[in-house]
Design a protein around this ligand. Structure first.
Ligand SMILES: [Zn+2]
Length: 113
């Protein structure tokens, strides 16, 4: 008597997931990986797609005063605009602004006055 057990072969049906990628029309940074050209950014926080984590993020800003910021302050000082001397240090427009991804900290681009 030969009772052969039914062979359970690997009969797995191929899973074909209908992957639909929807494209959101926002700023797409140059391609993938390194070598991406930094996007032209302004002095305000802006909405971009991070090339590193691929997330749609609002850039976080890191500002630093530049020589021109001091120059602005000095000009105001010379023009006797005393109360406004420190103004250039508070306005992003007069400073160098660096945009970073708040998720992964990837450098997005920089703006300078
Ligand atoms: Zn990121």
């Amino acid at each position: 008597m030969n009772t052969s057990a039914p062979d359970t072969g690997e009969n797995v049906p191929p899973l074909e997931g209908g992957l639909v990628v929807t494209q959101i029309p926002i700023y797409t940074l140059n391609g993938v990986g390194s070598g991406a050209i930094p996007l032209t950014v302004g002095c305000q926080s802006m909405r971009v797609r991070c090339p590193s984590c691929k997330g749609e993020v609002e850039t976080s800003l890191l500002t630093a005063p530049t020589r021109k910021t001091h120059l602005c302050a000095m000009t105001l000082y010379i023009c006797c605009c005393w109360p406004f001397v420190c103004l250039p240090y508070f306005i992003n427009y007069c400073k160098s602004v660096q945009h970073y991804c708040p998720n992964c900290g990837h450098f997005i681009g920089s703006y300078s006055f």
